[in-house]
Design a protein around this ligand. Structure first.
Ligand code: IMP
Length: 425
């Protein structure tokens, strides 16, 4: 398979884990390039159900090498727990998983700062973060006070961590947040550093060499385009580059080594956390989507907000990411709806907008302009060939692709590996 970037085209939770799991079988290396354990990639194999937060979903295959790139923020104790879980599922991890020595490390003070900052924000301004310390860790990266995986292996590490802890406790105390027991954290994180040693590597050189030798790579995006720090609904976003461009800065692989982009998009829309969501439903239809789609956060368990498909978002994601192929997921969740609504534009203060506005203050006031299309009202989960889908289901999918631009590559009609129809990919 050509070197491929796979991204989420909405607000995350598009079902990327499953699509990555399917595509990972065709590459040598799977690389995550941004985010941290705020992500939750769910993969169902047979009757087993796995949720991965940091390790690329390729680990559930047998041979692929998985890389946690320099663009991530890594909570080492969460990673070690996840490694233990994957090993308990019978998969070999050591020698197959590498963490970039340039990836930043999430410490307990980042989580404490995340909670303290959210607590200080007024109602309506809260981000609704996952509470995993992601924003504060990226802040430290940018303010140049972060510690990286490579630092864990140096003799300077204890002193560096000690001084960060002292500083973080001062900030936490000033914010009215919970301060940490410096000695206990230091002892824990010295032990954690030793356990991380076998996984830490210069992944930039490793990937450069591997690609030069003809190995193929799948870049696994986390979160989604609308949560991207630059292109999302700022400030209600995550702190990393969740779009295709992030694959280069988050892995050290240059743009011309990437051959194509797959956009994962749900057949309707969901969002967790706060922030504008023009097609959100507050009625029985929204409940129906949440129940049928099991729309509860894979990381936090929070109920996801649900709404109709938003083609303004889809078109915007197609443009920013350069989507070549769409992997559309969860079509089966719509099996029982008699009519489906598709948002094709927004109305803002009497004006029609067809492009995504930059300001959330505008987006919050946008009303969706809908086109109604008939539902198919029959089950689709058992179907294994695209041609066997009800004609109305095909029309719906093809209409969405036409509105967004880009070709359909994969269509998912159920959670299992088998319910994945390969169309053009
Ligand atoms: P943070 O990434 O924990 O800082 O959270 C910032 C925003 O991104 C919140 O609205 C979260 O709910 C959202 N978010 C972070 N990770 C994910 C994800 O993997 N799926 C969906 N939403 C996410």
């Amino acid at each position: 398979m050509p070197n491929t970037v796979l991204i989420g085209a909405q607000w995350g939770d598009e079902g990327k884990g499953k699509i990555i799991d399917v595509l990972a079988g065709q590459v040598d290396i799977v690389v995550r390039y941004q985010g941290g354990n705020n992500a939750g990639h769910t993969v169902k194999i047979g009757d087993e159900h796995y949720v991965l937060h940091l390790i690329p979903s390729g680990i559930l295959r047998d041979d692929q090498v998985c890389v946690i790139g320099n663009g991530l923020v890594v909570n080492p104790s969460a990673l070690l727990d996840e490694i233990a879980e994957v090993e308990a599922a019978g998969k070999k991890v050591q020698g197959r998983l590498f963490v970039s020595d340039r990836a930043h490390i999430v410490f307990p003070y980042h989580r404490a700062l995340d909670a303290a900052r959210e607590a200080l924000l007024a109602e309506g301004s809260k981000i609704g973060t996952t509470g995993r310390g992601i924003g504060p860790c990226y802040s430290d990266k940018v303010t140049r006070t972060g510690l990286r995986a490579g630092d864990l292996l140096t003799s300077d590490y204890p002193a560096l961590l000690q001084s960060r802890l002292v500083e973080a406790n001062k900030v936490l105390a000033a914010m009215g947040g919970e301060t940490l027991d410096e000695k206990a954290v230091l002892a824990d994180y010295l032990a954690v550093a030793e356990r991380m040693r076998p996984y830490i590597k210069d992944t930039v050189t490793y990937l450069g060499d591997a690609i030069r030798q003809g190995q193929t790579v799948l870049f696994e995006g986390a979160q989604g385009t609308m949560l991207d720090i630059d292109f999302g609904t700022y400030p209600f976003v995550t702190s990393s580059s969740a779009t295709a461009g992030g694959a280069c800065t988050g892995s050290g692989v240059p743009p011309h080594k990437i051959d194509r982009v797959v956009g994962v998009i749900k057949a309707y829309t969901t969002r967790v956390g706060e922030g504008p969501f023009p097609t959100e439903l507050f009625d029985a239809d929204g409940e129906r989507m949440r129940d049928a789609g099991g729309e509860y956060g894979a990381t936090t368990g929070r109920p996801r907000r649900c709404g109709w498909f938003d083609a303004v978002v889809g078109r915007y994601a197609a443009m920013i990411n350069g989507v070549d192929f769409w992997a559309m997921t969860k079509l089966d969740v719509l099996d029982t709806f008699e009519t489906l609504r598709v948002c094709t534009a927004y109305e803002y203060e009497g004006e029609r907008l067809t492009e995504m506005p930059a300001s959330v203050n505008i987006l919050e006031k946008c009303k969706p302009v809908y086109t109604d299309v008939p539902g198919w009202c029959e089950p689709t989960s058992h179907i294994t060939r695209y041609e066997d889908l009800p004609a109305r289901a095909r029309s719906y999918v093809e209409y969405l692709c036409e509105l967004m631009g880009g070709q359909l590559g994969i269509l998912s009609v159920g959670p299992k590996r088998e319910s994945t129809l390969r169309v053009g990919l």
